[in-house]
Unconditional design. Sequence first.
Length: 199
Amino acid sequence: SGKWANTSNQADVFTVNNAQGTNWATTSETVLLGYDPADTHTTNFWEELASVNGDGTGGFSSGTFTAKKYLWIQIYVVPSASSYPSIRFNADSGSNYSDRYSVNGGADGTEVTQTFYFPSSSSGNPNFINMFIINNSANEKLIISHTNQRGTTGAGNAPDRAESVGKWANTADQITSISVEPNSGNYSTTSIMKVWGSN
């Protein structure tokens, strides 16, 4: 996080400099999103692609959705047992995932050649996961996620947090389906996944 110490102007130009003095590849891209309450537009950057609930018998899937260059996924899971969410793309259960994660600001952990993406640590409590993915077919899919684990109920108990970055090492396909599975137990029918996308 950071700040621009200017108290007289709004930011209206954004430049991505290359500190190495070389060029960015032509596939590089910047997307800036903003909001003006006076704007009367009728279209949004994000389009809802899927909205599904768990069925109480295990994990659940988004089903197939339209491929988009950018994906925003929100997942809320209520597990029946202590478990961690395992996320797969396009039903790929091969060893094609890796991630780096931290729980409550602790030391980083890494996992490589995994059969799933790991956004959170093990917990028997509800998890709320917020993920962003760059979804170009010819590149490995890069993921940023934040997770809030409820922890023990009551205002006297703080939740746990997890930050994770990961990738799906597929350079031939775009993500068109997402599944979330517990490594033990089931996810309740109040569990939900929403997927938004944009090009």
